[in-house]
Every structure is written in C-alpha cells, then in structure tokens.
Design a protein around this ligand. Sequence first.
Ligand code: ADP
Length: 441
Amino acid sequence: MSSPWRSEFPFLFLALLVGAFLSKVFDGFVVAFWFVLLVYLARHLFYANRLLTWLRGGKSGQPPQGDGVWEEIYYLIYRLRRRSKRRKKQLIRMLERFRTATAALPDATVVLGARDEIDWFNEAAERMLGLRRNDIGQQIGNLLRYPKFSQYLQNADYRSTVSIPSPLNENIQLEIRIVPYGDDLRLLVAQDVTQLRFMERVRSDFVANVSHELRTPLTVLKGYLETLNNANGTVPESTLKVFRRMEEQTARMESLVDGLLSLTRLESSTNQLMQKRVDVPLMLQSICDEVKLLADDHPSIELVVETGAGLLGAEQELRGAFSNLIVNAMKYTPPAGRVTVRWRDEGKGARLDVEDTGPGIAQHHLPRLTERFYRVSVEGCKNKGGSGLGLAIVKHALTRHGAELKIASTLGRGSCFSCCFPEERVLRGDFRTDAKIAQRL
Ligand code: ADP
C-alpha cells in the first residue's frame, strides 16, 4: 500500500508546473496560485461527491473510478463494505439457524430484556404461554399473572424453577426456568411437565395405597403373633423362637410401611406446609425423655439449649425429623458412648446439632445417606434392622422448611447431624427466657 503523498505526488507536481507556467504567462503569482488551488480543490470535491453518491446509493457494485489518493480511498472503502457484507450474511445465516432450531424446540423460549420486557419468543411460546406478536415489548409479568411467577421474577434467584399452569389451559403444568446471559438479558424456558407430574402422582399414590393396604393385614398378623408368643408352655421353645423372629420382621415391615406413608405425605404437593409456632426447646426435651425409654442400656444423652428461639413450621414434621436424628444417634452409639443434642442461635438462623460418639460413617457413604433405603451396615450395632427411610424423611421435612441437613462424620469417632434453619423460620424470644438449659438425662 502506497502512502497518500506518493499517489498524490504527480498531481501536486503537475499543479506546481501549471502554477509556474501561468504566473510566467500572466506575470502574476497570486492569481496563478489561487487558480491552481481552486482547480486542485475542485478535483477533490468532485471525487468526494462521487464517493458520497456511491455510498448513498448503497449498492454493492464496483466503486467509482478515481485517481491519485482517491483511487485508494475508493478501493479501501469498497473492500470494507464487501467484508462487512460477508459478515452480515454469515450472521444472518447463523441467526436463521438459531431461529429454526429454537422454533423446533418443544419448550417455550422467550428472550427477556433488562426490564423483563419480551424481546423475542419462539412458536412453542405462542402455544404454551399464549404470547402474540404484539406482546413484544410488554413486560412478561403483566402477561403471566401468577403470584408464584411474580415472586420468582422479583426474587431473581434463577437457580430454582417455578411451576405454573399454562394461561391457555389450566390442565397443562409448566415448569419455568430463567437463565441469565449477556448484559442484562435473560432466557425464559418453559417446559410442559404435565405428564411428568402425572407419573409422579401415580407413583406416589401407588406407594401410599400399597402402604395403606398393607397396614390392615400387618396389624392382624401382629395380633396373632402376640397371642402365639404369649402361649408359653403349650408351644415348644424352638417354635416360640420362630414366632419371635416373625414378630421382629412384622415390626420391621410396620416401620417400613409407616416410613413410606410419612414420605408420601411429605412429598404430596397438596400437603401445604403448616405455619405454626413451634416451641423447639420443649419439643427437644420431650423427645430426649422419650428416647431414654427405648432401651435400658442406652448411651448417656445431654440436651443443651443455648437459645429460647422457636421455629415457624409444621410441628409434626419437625418432631419427626428431630426424633429420627436423636433415635439414630442413640441406636448407633454403644451404651458407653454419649449423645449431645444442641439447639443454638447462629445470628443468621438457628441450628440443631445431634452429635454422638458412635462408630461414625465412612466419607463415601455421606452423600448417599439421605437416599431412600440407603443403609450402611454398622459393625457391632445390635439394631441393624432399620428401614433406611429415616434420613430421607428428615431431609424432606427440612427441605419443606427451607432448612438444610449437614452431616459430618469420622470413622471410629462419631457423627454430627445438623439441621440449619434459615432466619425467616426462626422465632426469637417467644419461648423460654432461661435459655441456658443443659440437662444430662
Ligand atoms: P435406618 O432406619 O437404617 O437407621 P436412616 O435413613 O435413618 O435408616 O439411616 C441410614 C443409615 O445411616 C443407617 O443405616 C446408618 O448406617 C447410618 N446412620 C444414621 N445415623 C447414624 C449415626 N448417628 N451413626 C452412625 N450411622 C448412622
């Protein structure tokens, strides 16, 4: 590429020659200078005008003819235009592909702007959310008027999803997720989960019905076995042994059925969480009193209540969760060991720790402990016949209260199961004022 001076040099040189010639002929330097300058300027104006006409025409054809520095300017602009045209074509092709792909998506997809206004949506969004072309620019919250959805938009916590019925058909259940991207842009994806919810309900109804139906024959069986077990003297000892085993297994089946029923109740979406004021210190005291009666050779248990705070929630569910953890600690800790139940205020919430000096659990089991029927064989423990449902129930009950179950354990040292409740669940100063209660039971 030559410098603009080099391409313009012959014209400058020519202008100087003509200027010199004219000043000689007319014997006037100033007149000749102005004349040459005007001609030179007129030439540039002529080419600038040509360029403007070409640019205004917006055609992609060849650039106009020019000479000197203008030839190069025309060529460079032409090259830039060609390049940007090619890039534009590529972008259009990409956009087309993206649009065809999103249009083919079975899920409704809506692009939202910074103020939750609709920028673009696919065909599925028309079918599922009832959006129309003239809704573009409208705020999504004005079109999907569901309190749950408005709350979801307001909270802006996009890790979770929200379920709402379709505005076009109440029987269609949609699960909505918002994914932030770019600068202040968000993608709203709505998936039809009607079939999935239906299958979940069928499964949970089936488990609930089977568990419920099993209860009656189990109660009858238990009654007969109790009678047979009491028939001392008339039945040989070896047969009595068999009856006892049968009674043990019936009790186990009963606890399984109860566990499954509790889980189904907790999972049921129609089961709204009660919002009662729960006196946690009192509840813990009564659970600790009860667990002592479960076995004669139980480990020592200490209740430390550091705060008089209570909780807002479902009393039965919280009681179920706390007693499951305390019973487990007592069950898996040898008689010489110690169980500590501690209720404390953490400033940003409250926490219940159930700590024991039992056998502990290997690290690789910890992430799976809250799965249903997941059990770890605990060596030397006399109570091996658990259902494996206890911790699943605890997790469900806590999740319904917005709380988290944390498990820490070291093999050979013991375990600590912690229930961490969020601030909005904690009721301070409602219950015991003499917060420092420590009791060795
Ligand atoms: P289970 O009815 O078998 O106790 P859970 O769901 O309550 O069922 O517990 C699952 C498994 O977690 C148990 O099988 C047990 O191995 C282990 N576990 C629970 N609590 C403790 C504890 N405090 N110490 C040691 N292991 C425990």
